[in-house]
Design a protein around this ligand. Structure first.
Ligand SMILES: Cc1ncc(COP(=O)(O)O)c(C=O)c1O
Ligand SMILES: N[C@@H](CCCC[NH3+])C(=O)O
Length: 402
């Protein structure tokens, strides 16, 4: 990544997120081409980074969208992703969201419970429409990732077990208002081992075959997202081996393969850049305090997640410290017990691998405006979301006049 963080800081102030759009292109193309032996749809998981310019960039490359709210569906449509490339997942879709999804005629609604299927059927009937259905199967497989981002075990809230899925497909087949269209499975995020994915895909492919035997022919097999990225020194799943193992499991099935990567596409493209405000020592504990905080990038506080951190100065004398923000929480840290050089006021600090689940999980806690987002493409930088002002933060509030 060849981005001049200092020039961007002078131009846009700090903190900011910067995304290397050339890296996003590379990641998308790598995955897309690994499936070239078969019809495929890469449905980008919008939740990872839902900035309109990011989604538009992927739309221009041909990506579809995996969405978990009607808001995400509308973002995808707004930047030109055609409705026939949009999938809507999630365990708790409201009636209003289901209605809008049907009216917008998206590719499939990814249904995650028997109760939800009944709601979709009723709503489709009222609208006089046929709902294209995909069912999210929970294969009860341990994805070997952080427990908070594991989704494919029965103890997780996602999807339905195989037997329930089968009954739901039969309900679809027998309904005038439901069309069994796809099958879906997503076992977790930041996956670095292929075997759990292989095991899950095998279970799903088996179900597709069993359904075929009872004359339920699906058109799409969606293997979810989850491919891990480099935060530290992870050994990643090879994309070619990934796609081959999926294609092997699908052998003999006439279905389009769908996958829904989020982090893989955008994670390593993004850097969160913040600047040093102060240093202090409490007893013998050193703290480096920066202007970014947990409300801007919550992954370290929420998952104890590791992000590589670099202080952009020439000091070589490292010592142990905690890198923390101004938010009024002891959990407001980017790293604990890390070796950083002595810093000066306004030194920049780069926090890497922040392109996924960074800005999208940001909040306004402590009445802090969300930071600027910048794209770099072909060496050119562009502001793609301006920094929020105080006026933005209070714009929706009304004074309670007594
Ligand atoms: C249904 C579904 N698809 C795709 C994703 C994207 O995951 P990732 O960013 O790990 O690729 C998620 C999030 O875990 C998800 O729940
Ligand atoms: N927010 C998580 C990923 C969740 C994936 C969506 N199910 C992270 O930052 O790693």
């Amino acid at each position: 990544m060849n981005i001049d963080f200092k020039t961007l800081a002078e131009k846009y102030q700090t903190p900011y997120y910067v995304y290397d759009f050339d890296h996003i292109t590379k990641q998308y193309e790598e995955l897309k081409s690994s499936f070239r032996a078969r019809k495929s749809l890469i449905a980008y998981a919008v939740k990872a980074n839902s900035n309109l310019s990011v989604i538009k960039h992927l739309a221009d490359l041909g990506a579809g969208a995996d969405c978990v709210s009607i808001g995400e569906v509308k973002r995808a449509l707004k930047v030109g992703i055609p409705s026939y490339k949009i999938i809507f997942s999630g365990v708790g879709k409201s009636d209003d969201e289901i209605t809008q999804a049907l009216e917008l005629d998206i590719l499939m609604i990814n249904v995650e419970s028997a109760a939800e299927l009944n709601r979709v059927e009723d709503i489709a009937k009222n609208l006089g429409k046929i709902a294209r259905i995909s069912i999210r199967v929970n294969p009860n497989i341990d994805p070997k990732t952080h427990p908070y981002i594991s989704t494919g075990l029965h103890e997780n809230k996602f999807g339905v077990d195989i037997d329930t899925a089968k009954r739901m497909y039969i309900q679809c087949k027998n309904s005038e208002f439901l069309e069994p269209t796809g099958i879906h499975c997503h076992i977790g995020s930041q996956l670095t081992q292929l075997q759990p994915i292989k095991d899950a895909v095998k279970i799903v492919a088996e179900l597709v075959k069993n359904l075929k035997a009872i004359k339920i022919d699906l058109s799409f097999m969606d293997v979810g997202g989850g491919l891990g990225i480099i935060y530290d020194n992870e050994k990643l799943i090879d994309t070619y081996e990934y796609s081959q193992s999926i294609l092997d499991a699908m052998f003999g099935l006439d279905v389009t393969v769908v996958c829904e990567p989020g982090r893989f596409i955008v994670g390593n493209s993004g850097v969160f850049v913040t600047k040093v405000l102060y240093e202090k020592v409490n007893g013998n504990k050193r703290f480096v305090i920066v202007d970014g905080a947990m409300n801007d990038l919550i992954r370290p506080a929420l998952y104890n997640a590791y992000h590589k951190i670099e202080v952009l100065n020439d000091n070589k004398n490292l010592s142990d410290c905690n890198l923390v923000g101004p938010v009024c929480e002891s959990g407001d840290f980017f790293a604990k017990n890390i070796q950083l050089p002595q810093t000066n006021h306004n030194d920049l600090v780069a926090i890497y691998s922040a392109g996924a689940y960074g800005f999208t999980m940001a909040s306004n806690y402590n009445t802090r405006g969300r930071v600027a987002e910048i794209a770099v493409l072909n060496g050119q930088d562009r502001l793609i979301r301006r920094r929020e002002t105080f006026e933005d933060l209070i714009a929706l509030e009304e004074e309670f006049i007594k």
